[in-house]
Design a protein around this ligand. Structure first.
Ligand code: ZN
Length: 232
């Protein structure tokens, strides 16, 4: 707000009150300590899901060309995607079934998603949308850790030692990875194909498919893979 237009006031304005419930998912909103704005903290809130995916795909993040607000909205509403990791499982046929999506534009989206696998660790950290972690901080953090695995297992104390990283930032990062168990690319050692997943899903896979070890390999060169060794 730049200036309050007092001369425009009629005396009938209602005082603006922050809603107690999220207008989209109806969950109770909370005001985090020290913050002026109430937030919906429901991780499954459709508005938040859309926001996270839009941010992830945005130009300065993973730069997924063609994946804009309208398309994300349609995909989430139709249940095609629910999380950024779902993007990497999309099939051209699924996209071309959506409204205003020709075969060629669907292929362009798939190509853009595949290209995004080569973004730097810094962009990837920024794209995750961790609270208090903007582009600048993402850059500083990515210089400190050799790969995503290092960041995911970092303690608040380790993070605070990074210049310009304060307690809010370090706490946000640790909370984020504790909640989501992180994201990463897995690489099947047989097919050599990189797949984007939640790391907590990998843990499930470890149980189900007897994966004996995995290693996050998302270094400075960009997100490459988590090596998954499967005992068959
Ligand atoms: Zn909500």
């Amino acid at each position: 707000m730049v200036r309050v237009l007092k001369e425009r006031r009629t005396g009938n304005e209602k005082a603006f009150t922050m809603p107690n419930e999220c207008p989209v998912c109806n969950e109770t909103v909370i005001r985090p300590p020290g913050e002026a704005i109430r937030r919906c903290v429901n991780i499954n809130c459709p508005a938040q899901i859309k926001g996270r995916i839009e941010h992830f795909a945005s130009k300065r993040a993973m730069d997924i060309d063609g994946l804009g607000e309208k398309l994300v909205e349609q995909m989430v509403d139709r249940g095609v995607i629910n999380d950024v990791s779902d993007l990497y499982y999309l099939k051209k046929e699924t996209i071309s079934c959506l409204e205003r999506m020709a075969d060629k534009s669907a292929q362009n989206i798939i190509d853009a998603i595949n290209t995004s696998k080569r973004r730097s660790l810094s962009r990837f950290i920024y794209a995750l949308g961790i609270r208090n972690v903007g582009e600048h901080i993402s850059g500083l953090i990515s210089e400190r850790f050799a790969d995503l695995n290092g960041l995911m297992s970092a303690t608040e104390e380790e993070l605070i030692n990074i210049p310009e990283v304060g307690p809010e930032v370090s706490s946000s990062i640790v909370t984020f990875f504790n909640d989501s168990k992180g994201y990463g690319f897995i690489k099947d050692s047989e097919t050599s194909e990189s797949i984007f997943v939640h790391v907590n899903n990998i843990t499930e896979e470890i149980k189900e498919n007897n994966v004996v070890s995995f290693e996050v390999e998302m270094g400075q060169k960009g997100p490459s893979a988590i090596q998954v060794k499967v005992v068959r």
